[in-house]
Ligand binder design. Structure first.
Ligand code: DAH
Length: 352
């Protein structure tokens, strides 16, 4: 059987097909096993060698052109279908917001937003670091010696790897090291983030949150540290004339070191921060130990500064009257509905 159609007409038909089905029909009709072209090729058997050669070549060229045409048209149809779908699925950006009543911001996130906002107004930048830290950043650079109890297995999650000793960071302090190694003073940062310790009871969770603060320049002193922390806490707890005390303490990375307590009373079994005859430990702080500065390639003869660290769960519990630490990590919607915050109440977007 000879192929007698005008190939231009066939190519036009291919170009005109609007769906994959139509295209497939054409393909089968012309190129399928029993299609016109293969049939015509089979029919060449009875011709002379010369004719076989020239007709065969001609048919093979037509076959290639049809195949090419079908392939191109398939891409064409695909593109049309995609753009149709995009048009159908397009979003009307002028529609009013449809904010679900159900979604709530977790009190930990809310507390972090709040802390960032307050320190942001004091010109602190936000830094972050990875949850998996090197032993150097988490301990050594911070002047925590080899035999220090904080390094013990029962407190620290060690992460197995090829040779390097890594840990799940036990505090946000290693971000001090990262920042000092990467930036020249002046440095003024806070570091909110997740931290890990091998500990779990009503007041300890294996994963918890801290916020670290670090200021390095040529003149900051303990007085600046004190006024910074007092104004932060007054604003955070929304109290004026916060009663507080600094107790001498010990941290390997600060010298001198202190812990800060705030006064509180219990009203109707609820803790009220600001005044009273009881004290609550709220944070650790101190002047950055010159050894740490030197470990981070910062000249301790020229630069000095202060650091502080506090637990975010604790701040959150005290501010919002949450009594059990474990409830933060329960996937309990009723709890979140009660303690969570509406998206609309939030002005601060930290992206954390
Ligand atoms: N890293 C300490 C901890 O996890 C908290 C801390 C205390 C941080 C004093 C500091 C500091 O920066 O100066 O218990």
């Amino acid at each position: 059987m000879a192929f007698s159609e005008n190939k231009i007409d066939v190519l036009k038909k291919i170009k005109a097909s609007k769906s994959f089905e139509d295209l497939e029909k054409l393909r089968l009709y012309y190129l399928g096993k029993k299609g016109l072209i293969p049939e015509a090729l089979k029919g060449l058997g009875s011709l002379s060698i010369e004719e076989k050669k020239s007709k065969g070549q001609e048919l093979n060229i037509i076959k290639k052109e049809f195949e090419e045409g079908i392939k191109n048209q398939r891409t064409e149809i695909e593109n049309i279908e995609i753009s149709n779908r995009i048009n159908l699925e397009s979003i009307d950006v002028t529609l009013p917001p449809n904010i679900s009543e159900k979604g709530k911001i977790h009190p930990i996130s809310q507390t972090i937003f709040n802390i960032i906002e307050i320190f942001g107004n004091l010109n602190y930048a936000v830094e972050t670091g990875p949850d998996i830290e090197t032993d150097f950043n988490n301990f050594t650079a911070l002047n925590i010696p080899e035999h220090h109890p904080a390094r013990e297995m029962q407190d620290t999650f060690y992460v197995q790897d090829n040779g390097d000793k890594n840990v799940l960071r036990t505090h946000t302090s290693p971000v001090q090291v990262r920042t000092m190694l990467n930036t020249k003073p002046p440095i003024k940062i806070i570091v909110p983030g997740r931290t890990y310790r091998s500990d779990s009871d009503a007041t300890h969770a294996p994963m918890f949150h801290q916020v670290e603060g670090l200021v390095i320049d040529t003149s900051s002193t303990m007085v600046d540290l004190k006024s910074t922390l007092v104004s932060f806490l007054e604003e955070f707890f929304e109290v004026k004339n916060l009663q507080y005390r600094f107790r001498p303490s010990y941290f390997p990375f600060t010298e001198p070191s202190a812990e800060m307590d705030v006064a509180y009373t219990k009203v109707n079994n609820k803790i009220k921060i600001g005044e009273g005859d009881k004290w609550l430990e709220i944070l650790g702080c101190g002047m950055v130990n010159p050894i740490v500065l030197d470990n981070c390639n910062i000249d301790s003869k020229q630069y000095q500064g202060f650091a502080f660290g506090m637990g975010i769960e604790r701040l959150s519990m005290l501010k919002y009257g949450i009594t059990d630490l474990r409830s933060f990590f329960d996937p309990n919607y009723r709890w979140l509905d009660h303690y969570g915050f509406s998206i609309l109440d939030n002005q601060t977007r930290s992206g954390l």
